[in-house]
Design a protein around this ligand. Structure first.
Ligand code: G3I
Length: 371
C-alpha cells in the first residue's frame, strides 16, 4: 500500500477510536469524570507508556475516567531540558496531541523544582548563569505550550516543613524573589495558561502559613497566580482531614483555585519519622515494612474505602472552591509508592487495582457524587 494512503487510513482509524472512546466516556455512568462533572475536574498522572498508548490497560480507561492529566515525569527539567541548549519536546508534544485527541486538559508539571535537575544545572556555579538558565527554561517551555496546555505547576516544592523557603540552588543563587520572578516570566510567556504553585504537606499549619505568605507575595507584586496544588500524598489512618479543611478555606480566601494534585493513600508502614514526599529520601526494606506482598486483608480494604470516602465528602462540601482532584497514577501497579521510600514494596494507594479494576472505594465515591 502506498505510504500516503496508509497514513490517511491510520489517521481515520485513530479518529474513529478517539471519538468512540469519547462517546463511551460520556455515556459510562460509572466514570469518575462523569460523576464529578458538575463538581471538579478529575485527573491522573500519566507515564510514558500511557502517553504513547502502548499501555493496554490505560488506553480506554484514562479517557473514560479522567478529563485532565498531568505528565508524571516527562516535562521535568532533566528530561525536557537535559543540556544547556538542548530540549527534548518529543514526549511533551505527544502528550499535547493525546489531550487534543481525547478532549482532555493538560496540567503541565513542572517548570521550577529543586529535584530532577540535569547535571548541567547542578554544576552551575555563578548566579548570572543560573539566572540565564532560569529565564531561558521558563520562557522557552512555557511559550511553546501556551494555549496547548491548560495549566502549569510553575514552582514545585519550594518550601521546607517549617514554612520557610527550601535552601535550593534557586534560593541560594537567585535570592528569595525567585518564585515571584518565575511566575512573572511564565505570565509573560504563557498568557493563556493557568499558573499554579504546587507542594506537599501544605495542609500542615506551619507549611501552609509559608505557602500563604508566598502566594500573597506573588499577588502583592502584581503577578498572576491562579491556583495552589496541595499534593495529597497521605497515609492510611493519618489523612489530616481537619488540616485539609482549614487549608481549603484559607487558600480559597486568597481568591485562587484550590486543587489536590497528586492524590494517593499509602497503606504501608511509613519507615520515616514524618510524612513527606521528598523523592530524595530513602529507607531500607524489611518484611515488616512490606506486609501485603500478595494482597490486602479485608480490614485494610475497608479502612481504605472509608479514607477515600471521607476525603471525597470533604472535597464535595467545598466543590465551589476545589477545582480539581488528580490521582498520582492510574493503578496500583504503576504507583511511585511501590518504590519509594523503599524499593520493591507492594502498595495499594489508588482507586484501580493491579489489574486496573475499580476498587470498592471507586464505587463509593461515585455514589457520593450522586447524592
Ligand atoms: O525511566 C527510567 C528508567 O529508564 C530507568 O531504568 C529507571 C532506573 O531507576 O529509572 C527510570 O526513571 C525513574 C522515573 O521515576 C520513571 O519511573 C526515576 O529513576 C525515578 O526517580 C522517577 O521517580 C519519579 C519522581 O517523581 C522523581 O522525578 C516518580 O516516578 C514520580 O511519581 C515522582 O513524582 C513526584 C512529583 O513530580 C512531585 N511531587 C512528589 C511526587 C512523588 O515523588
Amino acid at each position: 500500500m502506498p505510504k500516503p494512503l496508509r497514513f490517511i487510513i491510520l489517521t481515520i482509524v485513530a479518529a474513529i477510536i478517539g471519538s468512540a472512546t469519547m462517546i463511551y466516556a460520556q455515556t459510562n455512568k460509572n466514570s469518575l469524570q462523569k460523576a464529578f462533572k458538575a463538581d471538579f475536574l478529575i485527573g491522573t498522572a500519566m507515564n510514558t507508556a500511557q502517553i504513547e498508548e502502548s499501555d493496554q490497560q490505560s488506553i480506554t480507561l484514562i479517557p473514560t475516567e479522567f478529563n485532565v492529566v498531568t505528565p508524571e515525569n516527562i516535562m521535568k527539567c532533566e528530561i525536557i531540558h537535559p543540556q544547556w541548549d538542548k530540549y527534548n519536546f518529543d514526549l511533551a508534544d505527544k502528550l499535547v496531541a493525546y489531550g487534543k485527541k481525547y478532549g482532555i486538559k493538560i496540567n503541565a508539571h513542572n517548570l521550577i523544582w529543586h529535584s530532577q535537575l540535569p547535571l548541567f544545572v547542578k554544576n552551575i556555579k555563578n548566579a548570572d548563569s543560573l539566572k540565564m538558565f532560569f529565564e531561558n527554561h521558563i520562557t522557552t517551555i512555557a511559550a511553546r505550550y501556551d494555549g496547548k496546555v491548560y495549566s502549569w505547576d510553575i514552582v514545585n516544592e519550594a518550601l521546607d516543613e517549617d514554612g520557610t523557603l527550601r535552601k535550593s540552588i534557586f534560593l541560594q543563587k537567585l535570592g528569595p524573589d525567585y518564585i515571584v520572578e518565575a511566575f512573572r516570566l511564565a505570565q509573560k510567556a504563557a498568557p493563556h495558561t493557568e499558573l499554579y504553585y504546587n507542594d506537599y504537606n501544605i495542609e500542615d499549619p506551619k507549611k501552609r502559613a509559608g505557602a500563604i505568605a508566598l502566594i500573597k507575595k506573588i499577588q502583592a507584586a502584581g503577578v498572576r497566580i491562579d491556583g495552589v496544588g496541595i499534593q495529597g500524598h497521605w497515609h492510611l489512618g493519618k489523612v489530616p482531614l481537619k488540616n485539609i479543611e482549614e487549608s481549603i478555606k484559607e487558600f480559597s480566601a486568597l481568591g485562587i483555585k484550590v486543587m489536590f494534585t497528586e492524590l494517593d493513600i499509602s497503606v504501608l508502614p511509613n519507615p520515616l519519622a514524618h510524612n513527606t514526599a521528598d523523592v530524595n529520601v530513602q529507607a531500607q526494606n524489611s518484611a515488616t515494612l512490606n506486609p501485603y506482598p500478595t494482597g490486602l486483608p479485608d480490614s485494610v480494604k475497608t479502612e481504605f474505602t472509608k479514607a477515600y470516602t471521607d476525603l471525597f465528602k470533604l472535597f464535595l462540601q467545598y466543590k465551589k472552591v476545589v477545582s480539581r482532584i488528580t490521582f498520582w497514577g492510574v493503578n496500583d501497579a504503576q504507583s511511585w509508592l511501590n518504590d519509594w521510600p523503599i524499593k520493591g514494596r507492594t502498595n495499594y494507594p489508588l482507586l484501580f487495582d493491579r489489574n486496573a479494576k475499580p476498587k470498592e472505594a471507586y464505587y463509593k465515591i461515585i455514589e457520593l457524587a450522586k447524592q
